[in-house]
Ligand binder design. Structure first.
Ligand SMILES: Cc1cc2nc3c(=O)[nH]c(=O)nc-3n(C[C@H](O)[C@H](O)[C@H](O)COP(=O)(O)O)c2cc1C
Length: 279
């Protein structure tokens, strides 16, 4: 059994002892996630796509990574209600508080669990990593502080044509009959319906952005969703393919200043319609 097969076996099994965890992360090259379970065992999550990494991490790096996951899960894991209430659009980030690559990978892994219609997974996450590109991108963001200072800036994109790009892969674990049916339905729903394709991009991208922001909050980080930038310039800088679109940007980091009081919340009775509108 090669390393990749071994990892897939582990992933299917789902529960690991510490020694297995360490071997897993050697093979992952550091990508993946883990949670301490009540019974003291470590539960691993990971993306099989990452399983081909063949670089060996040192013992020191591994133990640091294991420690990071432990601490993160133990000390900053936040109740989902608290995360929803405490997430705010933050305008000032601490440029000296980095977000590690392991944290970014964990954020992305969680974001990929967001729901999409037909399980199409049409979101794409563009990690603006290159400092020179970040500087260029700052112009597209008109030098706005949160986009410049945030250690992590992600463009949430969507592939408008995901519905027709080998759609069987979205249901590879389903039985063939179901897979064929869903793929046919997906084709019927989106083919020749450009508005639907774009709606789906925005729906999926919005859900992904919210998952990313809540996951960041859960990890003790803050965020700001943004559309206040030059989409055309950003698209050019990242060489956005013609069949993709930009949904929004999300800046992530540790806040330097708390958000001001909420701008003004609508009343439940304004927002919630029971059954139907009045005649
Ligand atoms: C799609 C979207 C785009 C936004 N764009 C910007 C932006 O460009 N700049 C900004 O400062 N805030 C932006 N915001 C933040 C909103 O102003 C903020 O979410 C709203 O006022 C509610 O505040 P809260 O997020 O702190 O609860 C955006 C929010 C969303 C959801």
């Amino acid at each position: 059994m090669n390393a990749q097969q071994q990892i897939i076996t582990w992933l299917t099994r789902g529960t690991f002892q510490r020694a297995e965890l360490e071997r897993l992360f050697v093979a992952f090259g550091g990508y993946g996630g883990a949670a301490l379970r009540d019974d003291g065992e470590i539960h691993i999550y990971g993306s099989i796509q990452c399983a081909c990494a063949d670089e060996m991490a040192s013992d020191h790096e591994l133990s640091q990574f294991v420690e990071f996951i432990r601490k993160q899960r133990q000390s900053t894991c936040m109740d989902v209600f608290d995360a929803i209430e405490q997430r705010r659009a933050i305008k000032k980030f601490d440029p000296n508080h980095p977000v590690s690559d392991a944290q970014v990978m964990e954020l992305f892994r969680l974001t990929l669990l967001s729901p999409t219609a037909f399980n199409m997974q049409n979101w794409r996450l563009l990690w603006l990593r290159d400092p020179a590109l970040r500087q260029e991108m700052a112009k597209a963001f008109h030098g706005k502080g949160q986009a410049v200072d945030a250690p992590l800036l992600v463009l949430i994109l969507a592939d408008l044509a995901a519905w027709k790009k080998s759609p069987e892969r979205y249901w590879m674990n389903a039985v063939e009959e179901a897979r064929t049916r869903i793929v046919r339905n997906m084709d019927q729903y989106y083919r020749n319906h450009e508005q639907r394709q774009r709606d789906e991009a925005m729906r999926s991208g919005g859900l992904a952005a919210q998952t990313l922001m809540l996951a960041a909050k859960g990890m003790g980080l803050d965020s700001c969703p943004m559309i206040g930038f030059d989409f055309d310039m950003a698209a050019q800088l990242i060489r956005l393919p013609a069949d993709h679109c930009i949904v929004m940007a999300v800046a992530v980091g540790k806040r330097l200043e708390a958000a001001p009081p909420r701008g003004g919340q609508l009343f439940l009775k304004t927002v919630v319609i029971t059954d139907r509108f009045n005649e």
